[in-house]
Design a protein around this ligand. Structure first.
Ligand code: MG
Length: 206
């Protein structure tokens, strides 16, 4: 059973409904989420769109519990792929990385395309797993990025990303200091439960 969220958490999914979320297609169209809620979890319905939180967050602790399908069918990036996107921009990869080789920056708990995890902490397919993500949002002074975003990730309680700087600062990203959490629509019906966020004060200069 999932643990209780802390008292200062914004609970985005408590196992009952998707009232904190909208669906977003690849083209950016929003609508009612079509993912399947049952038995205290929500399961990806591939092709129906990613889930985008209605609330926006900057610096935060993000807690997500997830499980890849117990029945293994595919391999590599097609096996239990989803992802937790911070500010809808940086992906903490979800993948069934149990005896499933893939490129290092695409493994479970990778910052996708940026940093491989320090160790493979993946549980067997079908088992519930946890991400605790500590995210420091970028800090701007005017248009100037003075502190990049950083992320620290614990996977099943194991430190796998330790204060990793995230790419930031392109022309489209100026003043991007908060954004929604996104759970990725991808083949391989991943399940989620117990999703909560604790907003944190911005951190500058470290
Ligand atoms: Mg993914």
């Amino acid at each position: 059973m999932p643990g209780r969220p802390p008292s200062d958490a914004v609970v985005l999914f408590d196992g009952k409904d998707l009232s904190h979320w909208v669906s977003m297609s690849k083209k950016g169209e929003t609508g009612e989420p079509k993912w399947k809620v049952e038995n205290g979890y929500v399961e990806v319905v591939h092709g129906s769109g990613s889930l985008i939180s209605k609330e926006k967050f900057g610096s935060a602790q993000v807690h997500v519990e997830w499980a890849t399908p117990a029945e293994v069918r595919e391999s590599d990036q097609r096996r239990g792929n989803s992802g937790v996107f911070l500010m809808r921009r940086w992906e903490i990869q979800i993948l069934d990385s149990w005896e499933n080789p893939t490129y290092p920056k695409g493994e479970a708990a990778a910052v996708y395309g940026v940093a491989q995890p320090l160790v493979n902490a993946c549980r067997r397919p079908g088992q519930w797993q946890t991400y605790d993500i500590i995210f420091d949002a970028p800090v701007y002074e005017g248009d100037k990025l003075v502190t990049p975003p950083y992320v620290t990730v614990l996977h099943n309680g194991v430190l796998v990303q330790n204060h990793v700087a995230l790419p930031c600062g392109g022309p489209k990203e100026a003043h991007l200091v908060e954004g929604p959490l996104m759970l990725q629509d991808h083949p391989g019906p991943v399940r989620f439960r117990n999703v909560w966020v604790r907003p944190l004060a911005p951190v500058s200069g470290r």
